[in-house]
Design a protein around this ligand. Sequence first.
Ligand code: ZN
Length: 429
Amino acid sequence: MSWRGRASHYVAAGALAAGLLVWAAHEAWPSRDIPVALPIVVTSAYDEWSDTLGRREILSDVLARAGITGREYVSFLKATHALNPRRMQPGLIFEVRRLKGAAVAHRLGVRLDPERNLVMTRLGGDSGWSETVETIPWTTERLRTTAVIQSNLYDALDAAIPDSFLPVRQRVALAWAIADVYDWEVDFTRDLRPGDRVEVLIERLQSPQGEKRLSRILAARVDVAGIPSFAFAFDNPTGATGFYDDRGRSLRRAFLRAPLRFSHISSRFGGRFHPILKRWRTHEGTDYAAGYGTPVRATADGIVTEAGRNGGYGNLIEIRHANGIRTRYGHLSKFAKGLHVGQRVSQEQTIGYVGSTGLSTGPHLHYEFLVNGRPTNPQRKDAGAGEPVAAKLKSAFDTVRAQLFAELEPTGLPAAAPAFGAAAAARED
Ligand SMILES: [Zn+2]
């Protein structure tokens, strides 16, 4: 599955959540045009079903199955402003209602996005169709969960979180959100070990139909090799929400922990994923297995010192950063448009795409971190220190942090995570 961006994650996740709930929603679908106490005679007066826009389908295919063709189709299109037939995501779910014995459906509902529901109603005679867009009144709740790592973050969250808390796609979204919060702190493909814990306090949204989705992370604690790392959401004066540790230092650092986004390299639940081809100690860098074309990010601000073919590295980018640090990105399939030597790049900027050029047996990124010219295994300290909360906001932060901490760990600090001796040994394969 390929993802083009955040927005599409949400739409797809929303559509899937809606899909999972189709039959539940089927029963509970709000019926504005019929009395609340439904006599059996009335409910059997029409057929109701859900239909999905297939991969290579267009809107008219779904509408044809609902009997909306020819002049009906024309008047349907005339009435809708919210549906754009040329920009429709496959997987979109339509709730269709048709009177028994009728050829044409008289009601069509579709979830446009997580926030809006579209209802098209066929008016009598030649009056055509009418369009109503309903805003879904999601309600907010704060919930916490805790998971122990056995193999990876996905499996840990999957095992710890039941569907009644968050459906499966939203558990994936939660894993991505956690990885984003800790982008400068933890490489979730390499740093976690069996027995490490993840705790997270989230804001969850629930729709009247019972769909549940992640709104945002409020606080988290990740134990990496037994050492806790906290994250507390705090609104900056600029309006953006930043994450700060328990001492009020920003989680943002000079260097990202990994050049690939976690959500780009591992988007599956279940199974075993081994994004690492070789461990660093056998190698002068880190290899990340990832799909051909996966975007590669500059891990820090810097100046491009090389962008071209370089022997076994294939297509290579080298960036010079502050404090005598350089980073290298090898085997790229291609460079970002216009990338050139001397160009200033900023952290998280896409500089190229994963490939298999040079001495490489399959698509992967070779990443090197050089300190004064020597390849080094980047440690957390190399990422630099996080900017502290501004002095004048410190007491406001302390209040927020204390509140979030109490919700994140209602019983106080848990004991250090138990060692998973056997499991830990098994993972070193
Ligand atoms: Zn390599």
